[in-house]
Design a binder for this molecule. Structure first.
Ligand SMILES: [Zn+2]
Length: 183
């Protein structure tokens, strides 16, 4: 399987949930007279809330988040041609079949590439700078997954570093995944 892994590796799609958010729009200037009518400070503009809504009323991919809540990273696989998708899909991008199954992903991978966010962090993450993001090749499957990497300072990360996916609560009950260094 490893010999074909490189050929089948999918490049991360732009719509991957953890893709860098679009540039933040300039903050609207609110005249002092309107300050009392502006929304509470903790309410963020919709466009800057780049974590998806996760319930079945919002997404057909809610099972992805249900499994994250159970601590497991998962995705979809096409029953017709066997293609493994990332991110999970509602229809196979190759054959258009909607006959997909959910599969758990390996609990280990290796850093293919990484970078560090040193300045200009997205709104709400200013206090977490610096932090690392990267591409991880999951062991045994032809998937290269983008995500944040925790566990050690970015300056100590290395290509090939062993990591494992982990689930975490982003603070409002929604779940997301990231990677954490192993050993
Ligand atoms: Zn297919």
């Amino acid at each position: 399987m490893s010999s074909t892994a490189g050929q089948r590796t999918r490049r991360p799609r732009p719509e991957a949930a953890l893709s860098p958010p679009p540039p933040a729009p300039a903050e609207p200037s609110v005249p002092p007279s309107n300050a009392s009518r502006s929304k509470p400070a903790e309410k963020r503009p919709f466009l800057l809330d780049f974590f998806p809504l996760e319930g079945p009323e919002h997404t057909k991919l809610y099972r992805f988040y249900d499994r994250l809540r159970e601590g497991q990273l998962s995705t979809t696989r096409c029953r017709r041609d066997g293609e493994l998708h990332w991110p999970p899909r509602t229809a196979c991008p190759t054959c258009r079949s909607e006959d997909l199954e959910w599969v758990d992903l390996p609990e280990r991978g290796h850093v293919y590439a990484f970078s560090a966010v040193l300045v200009g962090a997205p709104l709400g993450m200013e206090n977490e700078v610096p932090f690392a993001v990267g591409l991880v090749d999951l062991d045994g499957v032809p998937l290269r997954v983008f995500g944040r990497i925790e566990g050690r300072p970015w300056s100590e990360l290395r290509i090939g570093q062993t990591v494992r996916p982990e689930a975490y609560d982003i603070g409002d009950g929604r779940m997301f995944y990231r990677f954490r260094t192993v050993d």
